[in-house]
Design a protein around this ligand. Sequence first.
Ligand code: COA
Length: 177
Amino acid sequence: MLPYTIYIKDRLITVRSASAKDASAWLHYLRQVGDETDFLAFCSEQVTMSTGEAGKYLDYVSRRTDNLFLLAADTTRIVASLNFQRGRWPFTRHQGEFGVSVLAEFWGYGLARHMIETMLEWSSQNNIKKINLKVRTDNIRAIKLYQSMGFIIEGTIEREYFRPGVFYSAYHMGLKL
Ligand SMILES: CC(C)(COP(=O)(O)OP(=O)(O)OC[C@H]1O[C@@H](n2cnc3c(N)ncnc32)[C@H](O)[C@@H]1OP(=O)(O)O)[C@@H](O)C(=O)NCCC(=O)NCCS
């Protein structure tokens, strides 16, 4: 299943699990993607982790069997990431929640779809029965993608995101496996 490669814009992109060695590139990625879109929960100035802290975090999540932390990268940088977290308790372990993001110049080439498919395959192999996510109600591109993969809108969460002066609602979306 992992790693695998896909061609986007004549570049070879490898999708693989994250590791502590990705710390510096991952922080760079977070700062760029955070400023390229309004739809994430942060922007670059809120990415205050040091490289050492990021390394420890990535080391921790990459060792946990309850997490799937995927990165897509070319030879120079990270271009997308997907983080799935399974429920930690006995009665919630059957489900998990994920978030995905892609650098803007790589939007629309199927990268997020590939990474979500990988997560679904991993989830089936790990006996997960439900996948959840939250998405801003005005994030049409993401909602269409999730719907095209079988996710349905299960409800609306009001005031889920706040940017100076404005609250945004989110859809809770889910897929039963
Ligand atoms: C949402 C996001 C992850 C999608 O990544 P991506 O790699 O561009 O997605 P894909 O190329 O795999 O799929 C694009 C799908 O989006 C939809 N889409 C693409 N352009 C669209 C548009 N202009 N309007 C509506 N839907 C659109 C289509 O359903 C398309 O599927 P297709 O393969 O049938 O054409 C990416 O745009 C992103 O990182 N956005 C900023 C962060 C974000 O919003 N993350 C999600 C938070 S919940």
